[in-house]
Write a protein that binds this ligand. Sequence first.
Ligand code: 6GU
Length: 243
Amino acid sequence: MKFHVMTLFPEMIEQGMRTSITGRAIDAGLISMHTVNIRDYARNKHHKVDDYPYGGGAGMLMQAEPVYLAWEDICRGTETDPRVIYLTPQGSVFNQKLAKELAEEKELILLCGHYEGIDERVLEEIVTDPVSIGDYVLTGGELPAMVLMDCISRLVPGVLSNGESAGTESFEGNLLEYPQYTRPEEYHGKTVPEVLLSGHHANIEKWRREQALIRTLERRPDLLEKADLSAEDKKILEKRIDL
Ligand code: 6GU
């Protein structure tokens, strides 16, 4: 996977991505990152990339031309024309399903806006996927771009070690993950659930499924509508709802 990131703050993206698992994946050549500073494509003396919005209103907008020229330059070096993800609170909300779909691509272009946004005309011209990371407002698209890259990278084969597998975790089958415990057996007077110490694998699996269902019901009931639930799962949930 190759990520091309169009931004006014390339150092922010590079610092973030060179850390931890994504950093290791870059070093191993499993993913790569190419940041492009949109300011380098401003064709004026002061490298100005923003201006006032027509019609008035608060703040400044990023101008179309430098964004277009930066995109054009990236595309000169790519074999196919990559999808262009524009990070914006006006996008569709990112989720694990979209992450899996994007992880299949060979290259992606991520466009980070700043200020109050970007001139709509260049967005119409180049953006294929407007994406948001949730219903709240951030100062720019850099953190969201890193969220997407982190999430997509860990789905690229080889990025996670066996111990970090991307299998049974939250959002698999639209359920949250069950609670987990490690040593010591007693901590601040609280003990580990008995079943986990029993060595009885079928009972452990049953307990974990139940906990995942209860946790999803309590914290993210909206997910249950999309979850694949067996008759037994439904019984567990109904018992809880009655309480
Ligand atoms: Cl993608 N960008 C900004 N600026 N704010 C956001 C967002 C994106 N997603 C949620 N809030």
